[in-house]
Design a protein around this ligand. Structure first.
Ligand code: NAP
Length: 377
């Protein structure tokens, strides 16, 4: 499903005002995207602090070049995650830098490679990894410092340069717009269910709401033969979730004690997996829906931090809890193989043109989407 979205007012609540303002040479006619790779300059969005708020502006900057070990990528599509909205609204804890290029997620094609590059050739279709330098193994403080669109520049740019370690080949069956949705939400759901959760066919899985992470969780769990149970504030979205393979659905707005229904849907035994994205509104209830040897992947806090976790039942139930922060390139590649094997296509709710990036943020803030929101370049 793709919505036809016209130009919107580009004002967000909570003081994060978006202004599509050209800076520097951007007041001159901008190059057509199709010819961008021949131009000496490219366009990109940057976050600029102004009057106590962060503003999203289009800047024109010199065309980047690939150095040793680096790859020049013509970005064709990017996608939003909740983190991107948080960064715009609050600086994500105040850490974002003046001029930061937003958005962790994007996909495109290789247009040049620097000396020594061995993993990619010109013309390859690629996506950036969420952490520009986490190939495999344990995460570290050094890895954390390479989170795209937060610690370092992100993907909302006509071209980016990345070390070849920070790119993956995208599955052949996906468009750029579909592949652009994978780096953060999909890898997070994959790791929560498989890498840390050890999901098995027949397992019951609780997914909270129908945002990016949860809908990927639904698709991955269904493809693996598990039984995903998903909640939403919208019956319309739940109907769509059933089409996508949901075993059970519960409206958490009309049924505030939704965890009881989730437990009933699992035959009374409780679920084996939770992708916990809701925070204070959901964690306690998710624990009540959890069965023996259940795994909770701690991922997000859409309703605010959950606070203390009631751990009293953990020993008796054998509960496992893992904090998940996206994943490595190896995780991304393992997930891509699964997506290819099962021909899974990400659910793209809406696609916006580059010039209307602000409207994409606005849609996410309204929470009208199901799955992912994409910006085409
Ligand atoms: N740790 C990590 O690596 C990682 C990675 C990705 C995301 N996250 C975090 O995970 C969370 C989800 O991210 P996302 O990008 O998937 O968000 P998203 O696409 O913006 O999800 C929005 C949807 O979540 C649902 N929702 C909102 N409040 C809810 C609540 N109180 N209870 C249940 N559902 C609720 C709503 O679904 P309905 O409209 O269906 O009600 C809403 O439309 C965020 O907190 C994000 O920061 C963490």
């Amino acid at each position: 499903m793709q919505r036809d979205l016209g130009r919107r007012r580009v004002v967000l609540s909570r003081g994060a005002v978006l202004v599509l303002a050209a800076v520097g040479a951007a007041t001159a006619p901008t190059p057509h995207l199709a010819t961008a790779q021949q131009q000496p300059t490219i366009r990109q969005y940057q976050l600029r602090p102004e009057g106590g708020a962060l503003r999203l502006v289009i800047a024109e900057v010199p065309r980047p070049t690939a150095g040793p070990g680096e790859v020049l990528v013509r970005v064709r599509a990017t996608s939003l995650n909740r983190r991107d909205l948080s960064i715009l609204q609050s600086g994500y804890g105040g850490g974002s830098r003046d001029g930061l290029v937003p958005l962790s997620d994007g996909a495109g094609e290789v247009v040049a490679i620097g000396p020594g590059v061995t993993r990619f050739r010109v013309g390859d279709r690629v996506a950036g990894t969420f952490f520009a330098r986490w190939v495999d193994g344990r995460r570290s403080a050094e890895v954390n410092a390479t989170a795209r669109g937060g610690s370092i520049d992100g993907m909302l740019s006509e071209m980016i340069v990345s070390h070849e370690d920070g790119l993956v080949h995208i599955p052949e069956h996906l468009t750029f717009e579909e592949a652009a949705t994978l780096p953060c939400a999909a890898v997070t759901a994959w790791n929560g269910l498989f890498t840390y959760g050890g999901l098995e066919p027949g397992d019951y899985v609780l997914l909270e709401g129908t945002g990016g992470v949860s809908v990927f969780g639904l698709q991955l769990a269904a493809a693996a033969g598990a039984r995903p149970i998903i909640t939403s504030s919208s019956d319309e979205k739940l109907a769509r979730a059933r089409e996508l393979g949901a075993f059970g659905t519960v409206n958490y707005r009309t049924d505030p004690e939704w965890q009881r229904e989730v437990r009933a849907l699992s035959g009374g035994e409780g679920v084996q997996h939770v992708l916990e994205v809701g925070g204070q509104d959901t964690l306690g209830k998710a624990l009540q829906a959890l069965g023996y040897q259940g795994h909770i992947a701690m991922i997000g806090a859409l309703s605010g931090p959950a606070g203390a976790m009631p751990t009293g039942s953990f020993v008796g139930l054998g509960t496992r809890v893992t904090g998940v922060y996206v994943g490595s390139r190896a995780d991304f590649e393992a997930m891509n193989a699964f997506l290819g094997e099962h021909r899974i296509r990400p659910v793209v709710d809406a696609v916006f043109p580059f010039e209307e990036a602000a409207a994409a943020y606005e849609l996410m803030e309204r929470e009208e989407h199901l799955g992912k929101i994409v910006i085409r370049l």
